[in-house]
Structure formats: C-alpha cells, structure tokens
Write a protein that binds this ligand. Structure first.
Ligand SMILES: CC(C)(COP(=O)(O)OP(=O)(O)OC[C@H]1O[C@@H](n2cnc3c(N)ncnc32)[C@H](O)[C@@H]1OP(=O)(O)O)[C@@H](O)C(=O)NCCC(=O)NCCS
Length: 292
C-alpha cells in the first residue's frame, strides 16, 4: 500500500514533457547517438535555452563545461575505476547531475522519469518503476544493481565503486550514504572494495550511513543517523553508532528470503591499489563479517 497520492499538472505542460521524454528515450536507444553530444545539447537547452553551437559562440566557458569530455569526475582519479566503462556512462552522469541544477531536474514530473531513463543506460541493471528524487550522487554508476520499485530520496550518496545492490522495494531516505570502498587505517592509499547489499523491502532511513560490505537483509531497517558497519538480519531494526539490532519487526515471516545476511554470499573484498596486493596484518576488522 502506498501513502502517496496522485498529483496532476497542466495537460499542455505534461504533453510537452512527454514529448521531451520520448525524444530522449529514442536518442538514448539509438546506438548511433553520441552521448557527449546528446548530453551537451539537452543541457544547453535546459540551462541556457539555446542550441549548444549558439551557446558556444555566445558564452564559451558555459558551453565547454556542458560537454563531459571537457570535465573530470572524482571517479576518474581512482585506480579502481574502469576507464572504458566509465567513459560510456560519464556523459549521462554529467547530464543527470546538471539537470538536477535546473527546474527540469528539481521538478519531479520531469526529473523522476528522466532519471529513470538515464539509469537504464548507466546502471548494470535497473528494474521497473525506479523512483529517484533529486541531488543523488554516484561514484561510477555502472556498478549499481537495482531491482523493481526501488526508491532513492534526496541528497543520497551511492558510492558504487565496489558495487551496490538495491533489491526490490528497497528504500533509501534523504541524506543516506551507502559506501562500497574503505581505506586501511594504516595507509590511506590501501583501498578495499566490497559490494554492499540492501535487501528486498529494506529501509535505510534518513541521515544514516552504511559502510562497505554490509548486508542489510529483507525487511530490515536502519534507524535515522545510524552507522552500519556489519549486517542486519531479516526484519531487524538497527540503531545507533555503531548500529546494533535492538528489536525485530513483528510480522509473518516469508518462506524464503531474497537477502538473508546469515546466508547471503558476502563479497570477500578486493584491493583496488596494486601497491597493496595483500591484506595488511593489522588491518581492523572489515564490516559484513557477521550480524550485529
Ligand atoms: C527506527 C525508528 C523508527 C525507531 O522509532 P520508534 O520505534 O518510534 O522508537 P522509540 O522512539 O519508541 O524509541 C525506542 C528506543 O529506541 C531509541 N531510538 C529510537 N530511534 C533511535 C535512533 N534513530 N537512534 C538511536 N536510538 C534510537 C530511543 O531512544 C528509545 O530508547 P529507550 O528505550 O532506551 O528509551 C526511528 O528511529 C527512525 O529511524 N525513524 C525513521 C523514520 C523513517 O521511516 N524514515 C524514512 C522515511 S522516508
């Protein structure tokens, strides 16, 4: 059951938005589309109301910054980033981030379906009805695996460099951080990547943080402002810093779980920096090695 109600806008405006979305969908689906050109054209229209070529003539600094080939992302400085895969998604991530600075992105009527379209061409996998609100950040985008009916609210950071799975009906509230990389306490450049898993129907509530390698089971909940550095078993509610399971939701148990941290195959982790090939002996315990 949903707690949201339908909201209508002016029919002519909706028709214009639908046309924009159909055009974007067709251009994204066309293998001949140059994604860098597509992104800069859409941004020139959305941000400056004119064609890219005209903008380049009028305001070169503004125009050049709309073309993803002229900008860098933090992820491009990571050793762990696959340059080829990132180059494919980079213009679409640039489009996503910059549309969020415009009314097109801030308006859910245009922003949510636009992001749904882009996710289909950025993520490793995305299911039906992905609903992503504005100002969400990814590390590389291509390591996101998203199921059906997943909701991501405002200002969420999805550090997917080591992989993030969001299973069906998972929900991430405002200002949540989900990480999939960590640094050795002894050597900052010693980076370990571990996939982080958020189970079916799990809720990560506002301002909480999930550290790399954590497995949040189906129907589990992470309380607001909690810091998770391990797992939450099915139906568990974890809270605090560090988060501990304090109780379980009282509801009928299903016959099987999609994600059960007690049996789910945890990502053993892999080093991102060839200068640190082996686990360091004094490294502190990594999260995800047992339920809280
Ligand atoms: C997990 C949560 C639901 C608990 O709320 P609750 O069941 O009403 O809990 P209560 O207020 O009855 O508090 C029970 C105990 O937990 C503690 N507690 C509650 N929330 C806590 C939190 N976020 N962190 C640490 N302790 C917390 C209380 O201090 C209390 O401790 P006590 O028994 O020692 O007095 C709430 O903290 C939370 O995270 N809400 C987020 C809401 C949400 O769903 N957001 C997503 C929407 S987009």
């Amino acid at each position: 059951m949903t707690w949201l109600k339908p909201v209508q806008i002016d029919a002519d405006a909706q028709a214009a938005y639908n046309e924009f979305l159909r055009d974007l969908e067709a251009r994204l689906a066309d293998p001949a589309t140059d994604r860098n050109v597509l992104a800069r054209e859409v941004l020139a229209q959305a941000m400056y109301g004119r064609e890219y070529g005209q903008l380049l003539a009028d305001a070169p600094l503004a125009a050049l910054n709309l073309d993803a080939r002229n900008v860098t992302f933090e992820a491009e400085y990571y050793l762990a980033t696959d340059a080829e895969r990132f180059a494919r998604v980079k213009p679409l991530l640039w489009l996503w981030k910059n549309l969020d600075l415009t009314p097109v992105g801030q308006n859910p009527v245009t922003g949510i379906p636009t992001r749904r379209l882009l996710a289909g061409h950025i993520f490793r996998r995305v299911g039906r009805d992905f609903k992503c609100w504005q100002n969400v950040e990814f590390s590389v985008g291509y390591n996101m695996e998203v199921g059906d009916n997943v909701v991501v609210h405002r200002h969420v950071l999805l550090d997917d460099i080591g992989g993030i799975e969001l299973h069906d009906y998972a929900s991430l509230s405002d200002y949540v951080n989900v990480y999939s990389h960590t640094h050795s306490v002894l050597d900052g450049p010693d980076v370990t990547l571990r996939k982080t898993v958020i189970g079916r129907g799990a809720r990560i509530t506002y301002h909480s943080t999930v550290l790399a390698g954590s497995v949040v089971s189906d129907d589990a909940m992470l309380a607001t402002h909690a810091l998770l550095r391990g797992d939450i078993p099915p139906h568990g509610i974890a809270m605090g810093l560090p988060a501990r399971v304090t109780r379980f939701k009282d509801r009928p148990r299903p016959e099987a779980y999609v994600v059960d941290s007690r049996t789910y195959p945890h990502d053993a982790g892999r080093k991102a920096n060839p200068a640190f090939p082996d686990p360091t002996p004094n490294q502190s315990r990594l999260p995800g090695e047992g339920d809280l």
